[in-house]
Each structure stands twice: as structure tokens, then as C-alpha cells.
Design a protein around this ligand. Structure first.
Ligand SMILES: *Cc1c(COP(=O)(O)O)cnc(C)c1O
Length: 424
């Protein structure tokens, strides 16, 4: 459930009419609901309350400071995959001791920054990375608490671009190499091996892939312990899917019960890294119709938002529900229309043609489930400004990121000296 509903014939974000925000900040923009973020966090926390659980919000899903701060106030820890995300989490008030640093490729600077900050755990994904981290930790005189991310070779049955747990994916240490990696880690100076980590992908819609992966990991924990490794942490990653259209993913409760039954007996502190589940349905993307164009083969609603603002439809063929901000009357006639942006690419679309009520230039459209992997993946292609992000709380709202103007963008560009000379 989310807090974007029709009231009085208009779409509201909690108690604020979306139209009012559009009039105040201009379109397009992202809009997040505090109540939805908090609710999603709490539902997940309740679902895993039978475990010694730490919920590390995966910052990459939506790294706006107001979003991270909202979740941090709920008690969330954070999962970060870059130095930039770590900085954002720290600024948002997540204690260093509640930050897990993940990622398949970390720079030396990022490793050093994570160690100096005193993060809870660094998840290591390769043997060279173990050696590199050992070297950096030793030179700084700071022991690195690490988990080793393993690749369980499990098919997450999700979009190929977001499946991460198969042996052909770049992530984690290959299953057969895992015992050797732990043996190496135990030998190397500066490393304090505390756990096992796994993350098999995103937008996973059945429990089975998780069950398989976690079952393998549970056995691994026992065999590593038998080899003398002290495994106290189990990081189970994120990946639980959400409904974009008519999917029926497992509920957090079903997921939590499964996890509890598979790993509950190990006595580990269990980390979860949900991203999409927390942020996805807590955000919408609002755009205004520029033109309705009747082409030969189909009708296009050309809007002021584009693939650079929300890339998921073109990148993953992802479905996002599209609704009008004005509530259509019951039984209103609908016609088939494709909602597209103004960018000169046929891929600049918000999805396959939809049945939409009558639409005129100036109308507002809401693209739902845009809170995760939306604003964070935006680019400035076509010299389009990064759009504002707005957060609603009850009947209040705030612009939590201003529009980044083209002037702001150009201010970082430099004309080299040889071009400054007058043309000859
Ligand atoms: C992307 C990612 C997540 C979050 O995935 P969701 O599908 O958004 O829950 C968690 N952990 C790691 C290591 C990731 O790369």
C-alpha cells in the first residue's frame, strides 16, 4: 500500500494535492511519501523481528538525503556501494557503525575512507580485493571487519541486467573458491573476518531463489565454522520484488518467515539490504503533457519528462503504471496511447501503449512506483536539468532537491585556453 490516492477527484500525495506541488515547483518532478517510506520500513522490520536483524537500507535505490534521513530516524542502517553513498549516509545521520560497504569494485580511496569512518562491515568480493584491503588496513593500523560475498550460482529468475547470483555474473566469490578465500582472509593481516554475504539480484518475485541461496549459505556457515572461522554475521542482501503492474511478490512476512526457518538456527546477526521494497512505491514521477500527437500507427502523448529522468522503462523494459492526476470519471472512454518523452530516441518511452482516459496538453500524468532506481539513475542527456525531488509528510511538503539548472551544469565546464583566443 502507498499514500498516493485519489481524493476529491484529484491525485493526492498523503494530504497534499499533486497538482499543487506541480504548480509550485514545475514539472517534471519526483515526489516521495514519508508515510509510505516509514510504513515499508516498519513492515519489513516486523517481518524479520524473530531474528537478530539489522536492516541496512540499500542507499543506491534512492540516495536523496531526506529519504535516507527519514529511514535513519526509523532506525535503519545503510548499505552503500560507493564512497559517495557512504558520505550521503553519514551526512543523513546514519552512524558509521551502522553502515555496510558493499560493491564489486572499490577504489583504494574508498577502502581507506570506509576504514577511517569506522564502518560496521566491508563486503569483499574477490581474492585481489582481500589482499588490497589487507594492505590498506595494515598501513592505516585499522582492522577491517569483513564479510565475504559469495556467489551461490542460483538463478534469481529476474531481468538479466539485475540478476547477480549466477556463476557467470561478476559478483561474489565463486562457490568452489569460497573455502580458499576464507583461509586466505584468516591469514592476512588487518582483516577481521566476521561473516558471509550474499545478494542474488533485484525485483525477485518468488521465494524459491532466496530459499535456495540462503540454504546453501546456511550450510556454508556450518562448514566454515567447522574449519575454525568465527562466522557471526550473515548478510542476506536485498532483492525482494514489488508490484509494478500485477505481480504478486512474496510479502515481507512470507520472506521473513522463510529466512527465519532457513537461517534462524545459526545464531547469527542477520543483515538485510532492502532497497526497492522500501523506496519503490514510496515515490511517483509527475510529468505534464506537451502534445497529443495522432501519428499514422498510434497516438502519442508527448510529455515533458523523459528517459533521462526515469530510465527504467527503456533500460529494463520495466512497466510503470501511468495514471492521470485528475481522477477519470467512472466509465470514462479510454484510448490506446503511448506516453513518450521529447528526446530524439525511439527508446525515450515510458512503456508500451496504454489505455488512458482522454488527455489534453497541459494535463498532469503520474508515473507510479518511481521511488527506487528513478532519480538516482537520472542523467542530463539532451542538456536537460536534473528534476526536483519533493517529499511530502502529511499536509506538508518540501523540495528536497532543487532543479539542477543548465547554468549549474555548465558552471562545471571549462573552455580550454586555446579555444579562448579569437578565431583567426
Ligand atoms: C542493489 C543491491 C541491493 C538492493 O537491492 P533491491 O532489489 O533494491 O532490494 C542490496 N544489496 C546489494 C549488494 C545490492 O547491490
Amino acid at each position: 500500500m502507498d499514500h498516493f490516492q485519489y481524493k476529491n477527484g484529484e491525485l493526492y500525495a498523503e494530504e497534499v494535492p499533486v497538482r499543487r506541488i506541480a504548480d509550485d515547483v514545475g514539472t517534471p518532478f519526483y515526489c516521495y511519501s514519508t508515510a509510505t517510506l516509514e510504513r515499508h520500513y516498519q513492515v519489513f522490520a516486523d517481518a524479520v523481528s524473530g531474528l537478530d536483524a539489522t536492516i541496512c537500507y540499500a542507499v543506491k535505490a534512492n540516495s536523496n538525503l531526506a529519504v535516507i534521513t527519514t529511514l535513519a530516524r526509523q532506525g535503519a542502517a545503510a548499505d552503500v556501494v560507493s564512497g559517495g553513498e557512504m558520505k550521503r549516509a553519514l551526512v543523513a545521520g546514519v552512524a558509521p557503525g551502522k553502515i555496510v560497504f558493499s560493491g564489486v569494485g572499490k577504489t583504494e580511496d574508498e577502502m581507506a575512507a570506509a576504514l577511517r569512518a569506522g564502518v560496521l562491515q566491508i563486503n569483499v568480493e574477490s581474492l585481489p580485493e582481500l589482499e588490497q584491503l589487507s594492505r590498506i588496513a595494515s598501513s592505516l593500523g585499522i582492522d577491517a571487519n569483513i564479510a565475504i560475498r559469495v556467489n551461490p550460482d542460483v538463478d534469481a529468475l529476474t531481468h538479466e541486467k539485475i540478476a547477480t547470483g549466477k556463476s557467470q555474473n561478476k559478483f561474489g566469490i565463486a562457490w568452489d573458491a569460497v573455502p580458499g578465500a576464507y583461509a586466505l582472509a584468516a591469514e592476512l593481516p588487518g582483516l577481521n573476518v566476521t561473516g558471509v554475504a550474499v545478494h542474488i539480484g533485484s525485483q525477485i518475485l518468488t521465494l524459491e531463489p532466496f530459499r535456495q541461496a540462503y540454504g546453501k549459505v546456511a550450510e556454508l556457515v556450518q562448514s566454515l565454522r567447522a574449519q575454525g572461522h568465527d562466522i557471526a554475521h550473515l548478510d542476506l542482501g536485498g532483492g525482494l520484488g514489488i508490484p509494478y503492474e500485477d505481480e504478486t511478490p512474496p510479502t515481507p512476512k512470507e520472506y521473513g518467515d522463510m529466512v527465519t526457518s532457513v537461517v534462524g538456527g545459526l545464531g547469527c546477526r542477520v543483515f538485510f539490504e532492502p532497497g526497492r521494497l522500501i523506496a519503490g512505491n514510496a515515490g511517483i514521477f509527475v510529468t505534464r503533457v506537451l502534445i497529443v500527437k495522432e501519428a499514422t500507427a498510434r497516438t502519442f502523448a508527448i510529455v515533458d519528462g523523459a528517459m533521462n529522468d526515469l530510465v527504467r522503462p527503456t533500460l529494463y523494459n520495466a512497466h510503470h503504471a501511468i495514471v492521470t492526476v485528475k481522477e477519470p470519471s467512472k466509465g470514462a472512454a479510454r484510448t490506446e496511447m503511448e506516453v513518450v518523452g521529447p528526446i530524439c530516441e525511439t527508446g525515450d518511452t515510458f512503456g508500451v501503449p496504454r489505455m488512458l482516459p482522454e488527455i489534453s496538453p497541459g494535463d498532469l500524468l503520474c508515473i507510479r512506483t518511481a521511488g527506487a532506481y528513478g532519480a538516482v539513475m537520472a542523467s542530463t542527456y539532451n542538456a536537460r536539468p536534473l528534476v526536483p525531488e519533493v517529499m511530502v509528510r502529511g499536509n506538508d511538503y518540501a523540495v528536497v532537491r532543487e532543479r539542477i539548472s543548465v547554468d549549474d551544469m555548465m558552471a562545471h565546464e571549462v573552455i580550454p585556453g586555446w579555444l579562448k583566443k579569437a578565431a583567426e
